[in-house]
Design a protein around this ligand. Structure first.
Ligand code: M6R
Length: 612
């Protein structure tokens, strides 16, 4: 939700800022802006509604010179997307500029107080309040920019990652964070600031992840200094990035989403690597805390969106193999539900980005109430990864497309390994049961490769469904959450309304919707419930509906009744959602492309939801 970039050094800031904004555009893309202090110490600010490319056009022939600057790509929270509401926001004297990711909850109280002091506002944003507050404090207390920022932050309630520049102090950038991510890249005589490491990796792999309530003082030609908001010096922990520039590029694919779907052969290999050893599962997050899992009374999974769907599959895996009662909660509901949490509960938080505000809040609540919290994250060093007691990274590499694809299959793979690791520990699954699934986990990359061969067939059949208005997705058992996920994929990128249901629930209501205008995707691999799903397909066909069925290769019944059949390779039932997810992803992708939608940046969405 909003991306921030900052630069101070010897190079021209503008190209670095713009390139960084492009990398962060997945976080928000309704407007963008830059603020640069030029060589005459004048602060130039350019902002424009729309994507970063539109800002670039707007900046043509403008004074963009300068070696210090900040920039922002926005996902609107306070105030509609507009030139005025775009960041950077600036002080009344036009000298201080700020970019902000997060939300200031008490902005209205602060705004009213500043208005009483004669302050005027031009935008509807919460961020303008922060920069005007900094200016007010600086003027009234006659203090340094740093002291003014520190004092302002002590008055602010909410979440923020900010970067501030002041044309009276052109050799310094002040950055701070609380509950929104901020990374500082340490180069040679230059320093970078960004919401994640992607704008930094081209220049340096040495980074510092700012912690909550820390303020970084980044001065030209001086070492980085970090203090806390209560003015204590913080220890600087420089980490080495394990990311490559190629992971952030499309690599010949027309869209990140397609690249990420096709990458799953390798991403699942990376996810499994070193974790299946001699037909057993090795997860240090489990083996380092055996008592927590052996004595767990219950497991509660918290997540949002696609990660929540992965959680539903995870719960079934854990109950099936590890025999621990497991429930799955939307993090946004859990945090406000006053949930009963016991000290012998294990809470599993699933998040690709590791920055989702609701999931982070759910973790904090669970920890306060004494639960042990296990993270399943993708982004290394993210807030959720750091906030949890332990966990497992899914290691699928940066996911840029807003629609989650490779992260979903990575999450389900980790949850399958987690269920088996707990089962080994508790003895709830036999050695041979674990070995059988473990061996199949190792074969997943090969099976994914085979499944991706469906792409041309799916592309062709997508043209039949480009202009329908509704879709139904049905699945049972492990594949019921996959029906939800398939529906979410389609609606978020193609804007076609879609609903996922457990197949047997169809007769309790949704069947009323079925007619020849309403196609149904049925996930029907060869499993224990196969016969029952065949009856559901018959019910759809009897009402004139068309059926796209995902079946196991060799199925002889469904091809006779379904309109389109997508064959996936045989795979054990517990792992079938990983393979069946792939045709669902490809179907959503091709339908959206045929409708002319921007699949990587669908309207109204952002990759990382760091606000409530
Ligand atoms: O980063 P997270 O996994 O915590 O994100 C959760 C959801 O915001 C995310 O899965 C969202 O639903 C995606 N757009 C789905 O494709």
């Amino acid at each position: 939700m909003c991306g921030i970039v900052g630069y101070i050094g010897q190079q021209e800031a503008y190209p670095i800022l713009i390139k960084g904004l492009h990398r962060l555009e997945y976080r928000g893309y309704d407007s963008a802006g830059v603020a640069i202090i030029n060589p005459d110490d004048r602060l130039n600010i350019y902002k424009h509604t729309g994507k970063v490319a539109e800002l670039e056009t707007f900046c043509e022939a403008k004074d963009i010179a300068g070696t210090v600057g900040i920039a922002h790509t926005r996902w609107a929270t306070h105030g509609e997307p507009s030139d005025i509401n775009a960041h950077p926001h600036y002080s009344t004297n036009g000298k201080i500029a700020i970019v902000h990711n997060g939300t200031i909850e008490n902005y209205n109280v602060l705004k009213q107080a500043l208005i009483q002091h004669g302050c005027e506002f031009v935008s509807q944003t919460d961020t303008e309040v922060v920069v005007k507050l900094i200016e007010y404090i600086q003027t009234s207390n006659n203090c340094t920019l740093l002291d003014a920022v520190r004092e302002a932050l002590s008055q602010v309630v909410g979440a923020y990652a900010i970067a501030v520049i002041d044309s009276d102090h052109p050799d310094t950038v002040i950055a701070a964070r609380k509950s929104s991510p901020l990374v500082i890249g340490i180069g040679d005589g230059e320093t970078f600031i960004a919401s994640d490491a992607s704008p930094i990796i081209d220049y340096t792999n040495r980074v510092v992840y700012l912690r909550d309530n820390e303020i970084a003082i980044i001065s030209r030609n001086e070492p980085l200094k970090v203090i806390t908001t209560d003015n204590k010096e913080s220890k600087i922990d420089i980490q080495t990035l394990r990311m490559s520039v190629s992971q952030l590029e499309k690599g010949g694919y027309p869209h990140f989403m397609l690249k990420e779907i096709f990458e799953q052969t390798e991403t699942i290999f990376d996810c499994v690597r070193g974790r299946v050893v001699n037909d057993t599962i090795k997860l240090s997050g489990v083996s380092d805390h055996p008592d927590r899992f052996i004595n767990a009374g219950r497991i509660i999974i918290v997540a949002c969106g696609t990660s929540w769907h992965a959680g539903l599959i995870g719960a079934r895996l854990i109950e099936n193999f590890a025999r621990i009662p497991t429930r799955v909660e939307y993090a946004s509901e859990f945090r406000y539900a006053n949930p009963v949490i016991n000290s012998d509960d294990v809470v599993i938080a699933i998040s690709q980005s590791g920055e989702t505000a609701d999931t982070l809040a759910a973790i904090k609540l669970a920890k306060e109430r004494g639960a042990f919290v296990y993270g399943v994250c993708n982004v290394v060093g993210s807030s959720i990864a750091r906030e949890t007691d332990t966990g497992t990274y899914i290691h699928v590499g940066p996911e840029i497309g807003v629609a989650s694809t490779k992260a979903f299959t990575g999450q389900v793979t980790v949850l399958a390994m987690l269920a088996l690791a707990i089962a080994q520990l508790k003895g709830t699954a036999s050695r041979s049961q674990v070995a059988e699934v473990a061996r199949s986990i190792q074969k997943l990359p090969e099976l994914i490769k085979e499944t991706l061969l469906l792409n041309p067939q799916i592309e062709k059949l997508s043209s039949t469904y480009t202009y329908v208005h509704n879709f139904l997705y049905l699945g049972r058992g492990y594949n019921y959450p996959n029906a939800l996920e398939g529906a979410l994929k389609l609606k978020e990128i193609s804007y076609i309304h879609a609903e996922g249901y457990p197949a047997a629930e169809m007769k309790h209501g949704p069947i009323a919707l079925i007619d020849k205008e309403m196609p149904t995707v049925v996930i029907a691999p060869d499993d224990d419930l196969h016969e029952k799903v065949i009856s559901n397909i018959q019910q759809v066909k009897a009402r004139g509906g068309s059926v796209i069925a995902i079946v196991t290769r060799g199925d002889t019944t469904i091809p006779k009744i379904a309109d389109h059949v997508l064959e996936i390779p045989p795979v054990p039932e517990a792992l079938s959602p990983i393979i069946a997810a792939i045709p669902l992803q490809l179907l959503a992708y091709h339908i959206a492309i045929m409708k002319g939608c921007n699949v990587d940046m669908p309207r109204n969405l952002a990759k990382s939801v760091t606000v409530e």
